[in-house]
Every structure is written in structure tokens, then in C-alpha cells.
Ligand binder design. Structure first.
Ligand code: NCD
Ligand code: ZN
Ligand code: ZN
Length: 371
């Protein structure tokens, strides 16, 4: 990576990977990132949020937890069409579609999904674990083994929301118990299955991923699980816009996840889990889980790597590890991150209501712009 050290921040900067001013890195040029875990929703919400993601990312793994969920290849193809229709005219964004695994998904559906070329993964939601997961899997080994075997045949990755749903298990332990009771036995049984543990939150998940064979088990990491711990849920009162699943964890877990992503390991990559809900569905007696972070995610990832003195490892996390794991080419276009303060809007307003972004009203640094 080339570094230019100059004294004048306004100097012409294009063409350099890093620009420093008085020893401080002021600008980074990165290969365009992809978002390997994104909720785009549908209808008006899709049209509202899609511009935020496509202005930063080349591709995204689009989550299938719509109402009704995307359980078939035909539904995935139709959903893809509606995303493409909602894109701004000049956009080259590519949605990578996923199927929602149910107790009744058939091995033939996996074959068909692979054949179409538009489905890149299958998503496991344990029934009841998170937003729109009521149609998810009730018994993975009892109901889905043949489908999982077909996924190995088709080299189709399984993406997991890794939490158990047993109400007896404390909500802060659900990820660890999932690893011990489902994930570990799963990879023992099907060591050739590619698995992405989505939105990891604990040191247990970090250790698990690091103990697995590289290229077979990886994890996505959200900005919120890197910059917030569970205190953020109760800072001066209940904070519904910091509520997501898996729920934020203790500081020691946050630190373990930060160390993992900034270590340079190839097993961790960017997945924002940007999950918009209209304001009224968050600020109410039983608020939805999900944080809308698409407008701020890249700024926050850069902040985390900068604070760890690891900006040289940011590009692998944002732009290389994901496509390498999925066996897809890395993007060829570039994005620039500039260390200029900018204010996150208090809200994004639409005809159907408001969406409140993560860190609404706060000032962040590292402004992204496509080159
Ligand atoms: N992360 C969340 O809290 N919510 C997601 C679902 C999910 O990814 O679990 C959503 O769809 O709103
Ligand atoms: Zn999830
Ligand atoms: Zn999600």
C-alpha cells in the first residue's frame, strides 16, 4: 500500500491509496466494498433505503425475511427484479439473492436456485429468533439434513442467524448456546458445508470461527457490534434505535470482535445487517429489532480500524475477504474515505413515515464517496 505524507490537506489527492497530513491519515482509497448482510425490505421501504446502500457498495447479500419470506427460487428472481427496478438510474449495484430455509425446503429447490445463478446462499433463521423468522426452521437436523447435503453438493453457503430460541436460555447467552448445540455438531456432520455465522457478537463466536477450517466457516460483523456494548441500550433511558438481534453484548465481547476483525484474519468480513423499520415500529411498547446503519456503516468501520491502528487492514475486511469466501471476483471500482466531520441526519422522512439512522444527529468522520 503506497503512502504519501504531505503537509497540505488540500493537495491533489487522487490516485494515492492513503493521504497523510502531519502524520495523520486523512484519506483512504479502497476497492469498492460489498455488504454481505443487508435487509432491503420491499415496497416503499425498499425504494426509500436502496439509495443509501448503492451509493457505497458494489453488491449485497440481500436477506430473504420479507412478509411472506423468499422461500423459492421463483420468489428470489421476482424480488431481484423489484430491487433492480428500485435502483437509481446510474447504479451498477448487484443484488445477490438468498433463500429462506424452512422445514419444508426441498433439495430440488437448492438445485434450481443454483441453476438460475441469482441465488448465492440459503439463510437459516431458527423459528422465532428474530424479525420475520416465524416461518423459519424448527428442527435443523430433523427436518433439513437432506437440503443441507444438497447444499454441500451445490457448493451453496448456509448463512445462519446463530441464536437459540429456547425461552429458558438467557438472551445474552443465545449465541454461545447455538454454537455449542447446533453449529459445532453441524460442521462436524457436514465439514464440507460453507457456513457464514452472521452478525457475530461474542468472544465465543470469534473463537469458534477461528477454530474452523479457513474457507469453510466465516463470519460477518456489523458496525453496531464493533462500536457499542449493551450499555448503549439503556443510556439515560431505553434506546430502541440501538436494539437489534443478536442483542448488544458486554464490553469484553465487543473488544474480542474488534480484535478479530482488525487482526487481518480472512475469516471476517463486512456485513452491516442494516435493518430499517419505520420509526413507530421501533418507538413503541414492543419495538422491532433492527438498526438502520446503511448511511453510517463505512464511517464506523473506518473509525474502529483507525482507533486500533489497523487502517492498513480495513480494505481486506470491507472488500476482499467477502468475495474471496463466496468465490466471486473482487470489485474493480474504488471508493474514497475522507477524514472530514459530517453530521448524521436526525431522521430520513418519507411519505410512509421516518427512518431513524444509527447515531442520528451525531458527528462522524470518514465520509465515503465513490470515485
Ligand atoms: N438484526 C435485527 O435485529 N433485525 C433483522 C433480522 C436479523 O438480521 O436478525 C431485521 O430484519 O430487522
Ligand atoms: Zn439475524
Ligand atoms: Zn439481518
Amino acid at each position: 500500500m503506497s503512502v504519501i505524507d504531505i503537509e497540505i490537506p488540500s493537495a491533489k489527492v487522487l490516485g494515492f491509496k492513503q493521504l497523510k497530513c502531519k502524520g495523520i491519515i486523512m484519506e483512504l482509497t479502497l476497492t469498492q466494498p460489498d455488504d454481505w448482510h443487508l435487509h432491503l425490505r420491499d415496497g416503499d421501504l425498499l425504494k426509500a433505503v436502496v439509495p443509501h446502500s448503492v451509493s457505497h457498495y458494489g453488491r449485497a447479500i440481500v436477506m430473504p425475511n420479507l412478509k411472506p419470506p423468499i422461500t423459492t427460487t421463483a420468489a428470489a428472481v421476482a424480488y431481484r427484479e423489484s430491487i433492480l427496478k428500485a435502483l437509481p438510474a446510474s447504479s451498477n449495484f448487484t443484488p445477490l439473492m438468498t433463500l429462506y430455509l424452512t422445514d419444508t425446503t426441498s433439495p430440488d429447490e437448492i438445485k434450481l436456485a443454483r441453476k438460475t445463478g441469482v441465488v448465492f446462499a440459503v439463510k437459516l433463521y431458527p423459528a422465532g429468533a428474530t424479525t420475520n423468522s416465524q416461518d423459519g426452521v424448527t428442527d435443523l437436523f430433523g427436518k433439513c439434513l437432506h437440503v443441507l447435503e444438497e447444499m454441500v453438493e451445490q457448493n451453496m453457503p448456509l448463512l445462519v442467524h446463530g441464536e437459540v430460541t429456547d425461552p429458558i436460555v438467557d438472551i445474552f447467552d443465545r449465541e454461545k448456546v447455538f454454537i455449542d448445540t447446533i453449529l459445532q455438531p453441524l460442521i462436524q456432520r457436514l465439514p464440507q458445508l460453507k457456513v457464514v455465522m452472521e452478525h457475530i457478537t461474542t468472544m465465543d463466536a470469534v473463537k469458534f470461527v477461528e477454530s474452523c477450517k479457513e474457507g469453510f466457516v466465516a463470519a460477518t460483523v456489523t458496525p453496531q457490534h464493533l462500536v457499542l456494548n449493551r450499555n448503549a441500550l439503556f443510556q439515560g433511558g431505553l434506546r430502541p434505535h440501538n436494539y437489534c438481534l443478536p442483542v448488544l453484548k458486554r464490553e469484553i465481547h465487543r473488544q474480542a470482535v474488534v480484535s478479530a476483525v482488525t487482526s487481518g484474519s480472512r475469516n471476517f468480513f463486512l456485513g452491516t445487517d442494516s435493518a430499517p423499520h419505520e420509526r413507530g415500529r421501533k418507538e413503541c411498547a414492543c419495538g422491532c429489532a433492527g438498526i438502520y446503519n446503511a448511511p453510517v456503516a463505512l464511517s464506523l468501520y473506518a473509525k474502529v480500524f483507525e482507533e486500533m491502528g489497523a487502517l492498513d487492514k480495513l480494505e481486506a475486511f470491507t472488500s476482499f475477504n467477502g468475495p474471496d469466501f463466496y468465490g466471486l471476483p473482487r470489485n474493480t471500482s474504488k471508493i474514497k474515505l475522507t477524514k472530514i466531520p459530517w453530521k448524521v441526519p436526525e431522521a430520513f422522512s418519507f411519505s410512509f413515515g421516518d427512518i431513524i439512522p444509527m447515531f442520528a444527529g451525531n458527528t462522524l468522520e470518514w465520509q465515503p464517496s465513490l470515485i
